[in-house]
Design a protein around this ligand. Sequence first.
Ligand SMILES: Nc1ncnc2c1ncn2[C@@H]1O[C@H](COP(=O)(O)OP(=O)(O)O)[C@@H](O)[C@H]1O
Ligand SMILES: O=P(O)(O)OC[C@H]1O[C@H](OP(=O)(O)OP(=O)(O)O)[C@H](O)[C@@H]1O
Length: 183
Amino acid sequence: MSGRLIYLMGPSGSGKDSLLEAVRERVLSAGGQIARRVITRSPEAVGEDALGVSPQRFEQMLAEGAFALHWRANGLAYGIPRQIDEWLAEGRDVLVNGSRGHLAEARQRYPELHPVLLTVEPQELRQRLLARGRETAEEIEARLARNGHVRLDDESCQRLDNSGSLAQTAEALLRLIRGRACA
Ligand SMILES: Nc1ncnc2c1ncn2[C@@H]1O[C@H](COP(=O)(O)OP(=O)(O)O)[C@@H](O)[C@H]1O
Ligand SMILES: O=P(O)(O)OC[C@H]1O[C@H](OP(=O)(O)OP(=O)(O)O)[C@H](O)[C@@H]1O
């Protein structure tokens, strides 16, 4: 039986990378996997477990069919390695740090995916992006503006509020996964 694709979305700064890191050990010990994104950003990017590549290398990987999913946002290119298909075929649940703007395309490839939307109070979101200190003030404003016009009216999305404690959000995500995806 195929594993489930847990497609985590949310505004830049809402805590997707932090949440995936917080649940990583328990997801892996339950036989699940967490996809490592490929991003055209410096490998030193603060607070994320992504593979940083040049735009040229990204295009080469894309041409070689290396990605199961890929999209562009925030002036960057993001890719999800095709390895997730092997994991899913092995019956493993796979968590992906996804994009709200790419959900429709992701659904075309994975009709059974489980969408999870991380939400954060707007003012808290701004503070977190500033505190993370990875983007310039201009890039932060652009991300906040993007959040203002990316609309997700998909009622099937499970919503997780990450405005409070990360540990509590992690427990909520694990309950959600156990409830819907893991035996
Ligand atoms: N529940 C939380 N409470 C306080 N700070 C958080 C919480 N979740 C994430 N953060 C912080 O907010 C910033 C953005 O988190 P990050 O995981 O990079 O978000 P995303 O991956 O969605 O862009 C980071 O500095 C992170 O440490
Ligand atoms: O379509 P959206 O839902 O707005 O998402 C746009 C992009 O931003 C998110 O990445 P992330 O939050 O990790 O961005 P960052 O790491 O570049 O800040 C998400 O993973 C997408 O790659």
